[in-house]
Design a protein around this ligand. Sequence first.
Ligand code: UDP
Length: 160
Amino acid sequence: HLVASMVTGEQVEETYIMIKPDGVQRGLVGEIISRFEKKGFKLTGLKLFQCPQELAEVHYEELKSKSFFPKLIGYITSGPVVCMAWEGVGVVASARKLIGSTNPLDAAPGTIRGDFAVQTGRNVVHGSDSPENGKREIGLWFKEGEVIQWTPAIAPWLKE
Ligand code: UDP
């Protein structure tokens, strides 16, 4: 990766995408995974997981002072989530565009939140907001060996 990105000047990034409990309960898992898959990013980690309270608190530690923090922790731990690691050039910002605005009523049609949600407190999916947080969150949610480095057979059809 390093060598390829040095040649092309492109920066390969990783992002942590999570289908929140409402997305799992509503049967949106396949639909949401499909959007990232069809876009052309590479899936490197995937699991169904019941998030413990402590992990939810660490993941959202920047929001600890917010009034909605206890409800947010309750929401994220209320049922299984789907944890994913995705890789690609520009994947962090692109995934945020695919996901749409935090408030689903502001999210553009065609985005995941724009198409499938109505409330900020039930916005079906999470995506890291920076490459640094992508790495940090993948490290939090996945154990060693759960993130796989592989080369998709279609790679030459996605990048020249
Ligand atoms: N959230 C909430 N109420 C708010 C703001 C945020 O319940 O007023 C929740 C919502 O689920 C959101 C998450 O906290 O996705 C994290 O907030 P952030 O501002 O980081 O938004 P995101 O990066 O998820 O779009």
